[in-house]
Design a binder for this molecule. Structure first.
Ligand code: 9MR
Length: 392
């Protein structure tokens, strides 16, 4: 065993990881609750989870898209992961490889390899692609702060959107043109994140500039405003939600090309605050403006779930999926449901211990497939919610 595999205070060992992963496989590969209820009702044996039983088959039957964020390293290195993508999903979004810090190694160069290969894979398998993202205050390259300034920021932004959007023109279902532009603690009446370098250099106009440029470059991509922590029925999310709705209303009133609202949907299990009212407000607000809605980054953080029992935890996570999606898919506005990753093998929630504060030694299980790519109870909850949705 190498030093890096040795257990330290806040890390788990490889052996623990494997044991936890095996636990998922054991519980999730055997959806006993389904088999028992089907037999009790005298109905035929339950369907499998591939082909006609896949997420994409169930989504397509309702006119929905379903997909996930794709980690480039996993995509490159793991054939099983590529097979899972092709089998289960009809839309993908690169998790990181279209962000400035990955795509722009120097001010004058672009590293398109990872994004190119994912787009080619999606084309070969009849999947759509979301673009994430053109403008964000995070994930900027190290050279950015020393190179981009008030004088050249406008040109840098426009050139970036023209170059990247132009390369994938006609191949992108929807672009997250601006990501996470609202930040209430910055204390502006319009709720804009004034601490974003883009705001600092260009003022609030950077948002409209980005959308107008994106429309010129790829007129068929659905231009999306994407944000997080806007779903819950509490004051904090409520304030942010109101600011997001005000922003998109203002954009439409000013004739800014905007087609969709992206509700990231990083939600939590084990809490007491609901999200039904908040979700409805968002969806109704988008609907009133004639916008489509996408759930762009769905996952369920289970750090606050007290029980250590894996089957119990998975059940609780699945219930959150079910309840969230039943509300989200009530009406016809939501057209796409994407999870942030497909498998617990790769989730941002298990990077370091930032999101495992209550249980640092326990890996989170936020996604529809476990670390061995076996469907978890969340898979079945997601699939049933798709089935319950009205046809789009
Ligand atoms: O999951 C992504 C993680 O791997 C990256 O390190 C991080 C910074 O680029 O971004 C994560 O994805 C974020 C997404 O781009 C925007 N919404 C929040 C996501 C989770 O942080």
């Amino acid at each position: 065993m190498t030093a890096s595999m040795t257990k330290t205070k806040n890390r788990i060992t490889r052996r623990q990881w494997l044991r936890q992963a095996a636990g998922v496989a054991a519980t999730a590969a055997t959806p006993l609750f389904l088999r028992q209820s089907a037999l009790a009702a005298g109905s035929p044996a339950p369907e499998g989870t591939t082909g006609p039983g896949s997420l994409k088959a169930h989504a397509a039957a309702r006119g929905l898209l379903t997909g996930c964020a794709v980690n480039a390293a996993l995509f490159r290195d793991d054939e099983n992961f590529r097979n899972l993508l092709a089998e289960q999903y009809n839309i993908v979004v690169p998790e990181n490889c279209l962000k400035w810090n990955i795509l722009r190694p120097t001010p004058d160069t672009y590293a398109f390899e990872d994004a190119d290969s994912l787009v080619a894979f999606a084309e070969a398998h009849g999947m759509k692609v979301r673009g994430h993202n053109f403008v964000w205050h995070q994930a900027l390259p190290t050279w950015f702060a020393g190179t981009v300034n008030k004088d050249n920021a406008r040109k840098m932004l426009v050139d970036h959107i023209r170059t990247v959007g132009g390369r994938y023109k006609g191949k992108i279902h929807s672009w997250d043109v601006v990501n996470e532009a609202i930040w209430i603690p910055d204390n502006r009446p319009d709720g804009l994140r004034s601490s974003s370098p883009w705001f600092e250099m260009l003022g609030p106009g950077y948002i409209d500039l980005a959308f107008r440029t994106a429309r010129e470059v790829d007129p068929n991509a659905l231009l999306t405003y994407n944000d997080y922590s806007i779903e819950y029925d509490n004051d904090e999310d409520g304030k942010k939600r109101a600011a997001v709705l005000a922003l998109i209303r203002r954009m439409k009133a000013d004739g800014v090309p905007l087609d969709a609202l992206g509700i990231q949907s990083h939600i939590k299990a084990g809490g007491t605050v609901g999200f039904h009212q908040g979700l409805r407000e968002l969806i109704d607000g988008a609907k009133a403006l004639g916008l489509q809605v996408f759930l762009t980054e769905l996952d369920v953080n289970d750090d606050a779930v007290a029980t250590e029992d894996i089957a119990e935890r998975d059940k609780i996570v699945a219930e959150v999926y079910r309840s969230y999606l039943e509300t989200a898919l009530e009406g016809p506005e939501v057209k796409a449901v994407l999870t942030w990753g497909a498998s617990d093998r790769n989730t941002w929630l298990n990077k370091g211990t930032k999101f495992r504060k209550q249980h640092p030694d326990r890996l989170q299980r936020p996604l529809p497939f476990d670390a061995d790519y076996a469907p978890t109870p969340a898979f079945f909850a997601l699939r049933q919610a798709l089935d319950k949705a009205k046809k789009r």
